[in-house]
Design a binder for this molecule. Structure first.
Ligand code: FAD
Length: 611
């Protein structure tokens, strides 16, 4: 029997990154998944990246991972989200050709040394004393030294369409039931969550000519730092809206929806509500936007983003046909909701290892998250730490100030989840520094020293770093007179000259650079990055001070009459959680699930004003 170093269970986004990371580090890895065709499957929307998620993808890429490169190879539309806002909260996103993304993920995984793909359902596992073992449904056994479990929505998965429910891991895939009961037996705290997906439409029956179009960006922002060209033809999405007739149909059939008919009790993602939820919760709105996203260049399937549902099939057809442009649409596959088991991630160390089962690592949706990017990010860290574990090395923990990955894992293991956890930029207190554009600057050297990135992958980064250093040096060492600085800032002249770097946030880089600095050769491609860095530098320093203040003020008392409704920066979700919990100290407020450091800073500022 062959012995591996690392056994990765599940070939979804977490499993792929876990296996690839361990393989890149030189480990001998078995990736065991139900079907070979699981690799790179997008269970729901055909898109990679976005706000917060785009940051995670860039970080995965900066650590040598697969998702960004596969995303670029499968991209049929690029959009940089939040383009009009500052660079810190801009998120690269691609619309994916599902099949091409899958093929690219498989190709990149196959090219990773040391990874053996094994088809089969894992029904039993054990770890202990540097020895790990999984048993497949055919009773065969595979041995290794540590396990990374990444079973997604499959543990005790139950699909719901109206009043029809059946066990499944996702549409067309069996649930993982034997493994689920084993995990429940293992003294781990297991809960239930749910998520949903919309019906898929036949694009040949959509009246595209009548619909508004959303094209991609003219100049694409690639997901991977290593991508230099667009691979596939680019296509627009369509835009349409629900209307009062759609809402009437949904309202009239609410009791037939799995959720409102009482078949589902677990919690779904609040920020990604089903269309039933939208109609009920936002009763005053008579229209919701829908993006019609093509699922591939040679595939007529269209993903209607914004109308996930657990209504019965006949109602789904009725309501989609009430929507402008979809009057004659055919539904190729019905939407559905799925409930599944997740493990309370507070059972994990910051290295993603189950605290009382050394050698067992968990990553992805099993930890209560939702999303390909959140799964991939955890997978990479779990794969890395599983290898370090079997080599008797300390686990690697990224801090909240280093990476969104650090924020994600810290949130999971300290606060747990009570709804599927999705990344948002607002979760990161250091978001001005954690930009998608500087993920390589933050992480690639570390990735190389950990063995996650070989010299060939890092060569491009080395070139870029030299340009960044040269450009930074030029901008910092060149200065302008006090009078010129005052003209640029519109203020009064100060006593001394000011460096061009200091002034970068206040005027256009082109003007400054052209007049006052001779930039070193070839630095043009990195100038925008340097401008973002210079722009944020003073704010980042202030942020650091805010953070230190929060730590000092943990015990600060919150008066019972503090009015959260008048704090304009708080989300309605946090406002209602704060009102319900009525925390007595700032520290208690910080431990409310979903609380963000930015929100805590707002509360702290208000408390200080009252003192
Ligand atoms: P998965 O991608 O689910 O992969 C798990 C893998 O493990 C599968 O390949 C499976 O075959 C394998 N596996 C399971 N059990 C075993 C076993 N016992 N033995 C061997 N192999 C096993 N995300 C969003 O960001 N937005 C959304 O709107 C959204 N909606 C969703 C709707 C639905 C219906 C579903 C199913 C998922 C949705 N997701 C959404 C979630 C997204 O698909 C997941 O977050 C992501 O795929 C999780 O990745 P993962 O690697 O943890 O698990």
């Amino acid at each position: 029997m062959k012995h591996f170093d690392i056994l990765v269970v599940g070939g979804g986004h977490a499993g792929v990154e876990a296996a690839a990371a361990a393989g890149r580090m030189g480990a001998d890895v078995a990736l065991i998944t139900m079907r070979r065709s699981d690799i790179g499957v997008m269970s729901c929307n055909p898109a990679i990246g976005g706000l917060g998620k785009g940051h995670l993808v860039r970080e995965i890429d900066a650590l040598g991972g697969i998702m960004a490169e596969a995303g670029d190879r499968g991209a049929i539309q690029y959009r940089l989200l939040n383009r009009r806002k500052g660079p810190a909260v801009q998120g690269p996103r691609t619309q994916a050709d599902r099949k091409q993304f899958q093929a690219a993920t498989s190709t990149l995984l196959d090219a990773t040394p040391g990874v053996t793909l094994i088809e089969g359902e894992v029904v039993d596992l054990s770890v202990g004393d540097g020895d790990a073992r999984v048993v497949l449904a055919d009773d065969s056994e595979i041995r290794g030294r540590a396990i990374v479990l990444t079973t997604g929505t499959f543990l005790n998965g139950v699909v719901h369409i109206g009043d029809v429910s059946y066990p499944a891991g996702r549409a067309d895939s069996p649930a993982s039931q034997r493994l689920a009961s084993l995990i429940r037996d293992h003294d781990l705290s297991v809960g239930r969550l749910k998520t949903g997906t919309p019906p898929r439409l036949d694009g040949r029956t959509i009246r595209w000519d009548e619909l508004e179009k959303q094209p991609g960006d003219e100049s694409p922002t690639y997901l991977s730092f290593r991508t230099s060209n667009t691979h596939l033809r680019q296509v627009p999405c369509g835009i349409t809206h629900t209307n009062s007739k759609t809402h009437d149909i949904i309202r009239a059939n609410l009791d037939r929806s799995a959720m409102y008919g009482g078949h589902i009790e677990s919690v779904g993602p609040r920020y990604c509500p089903s269309i039933e939820d939208k109609v009920v919760r936002f009763g005053d709105k008579d229209s919701h936007q829908i993006f019609l996203e093509p699922e591939g260049l040679d595939d007529p399937t269209v993903y209607p983003n914004g109308i996930s549902t657990s209504l019965p099939e006949d109602v789904q057809l009725d309501y989609v046909r009430s929507i402008f442009g979809l009057e004659q649409v055919e539904v190729l596959r019905p939407g559905y909701a799925i409930e599944y088991d997740y493990v309370d991630p507070r059972a994990l160390t910051r290295g993603l290892m189950v605290r009382n089962l050394p050698g067992l690592f968990l990553a992805g949706q099993i930890n209560g998250t939702t999303g390909y990017e959140e799964a991939g990010a955890q997978g990479l860290m779990a794969g890395l730490n599983a290898v370090r574990h079997v080599r008797h090395e300390d686990h690697v923990v990224l801090s909240r100030s280093e990476a969104y990955i650090g924020v994600l894992i810290d949130d999971l293991v300290t606060k747990g989840v009570n709804e599927p956890y999705r990344m948002f930029t607002s979760r990161a207190e250091f978001r001005l520094n954690l930009r998608a554009d500087n993920a390589d600057q933050r992480l690639t050297d570390m990735g190389r020293s950990l063995g996650l990135i070989g010299d060939a992958l890092a060569a491009g980064w080395d070139r870029k770093r030299k340009l960044l250093d040269a450009g930074r040096e030029a901008l910092r060492t060149n200065s302008v007179s006090a009078a010129e600085a005052a003209r640029i800032t519109g203020g009064k002249p100060g006593p001394a000259r000011r460096s061009v770097w200091e002034l970068l946030g206040q005027t256009s880089l082109e003007e400054l650079a052209a007049k006052h600095v001779r930039m070193p050769p070839d630095t043009a491609p990195v100038i925008e990055l340097l401008a973002a860095e210079a722009l944020y530098e003073p704010y980042i320093e202030r942020q650091l001070r805010d953070q230190q203040a929060l730590q000092r003020e943990e015990g600060l008392r919150i008066p019972a009459d503090l009015n959260y409704d008048t704090m304009s920066g708080l989300t309605s979700e946090l406002r209602s959680k704060l009102k319900a919990a009525n925390p007595e100290t700032l520290g208690q407020a910080g431990r409310i699930a979903g609380m963000t450091p930015a929100a805590l800073s707002l509360i702290l500022a208000r408390l200080r004003r009252r003192q």
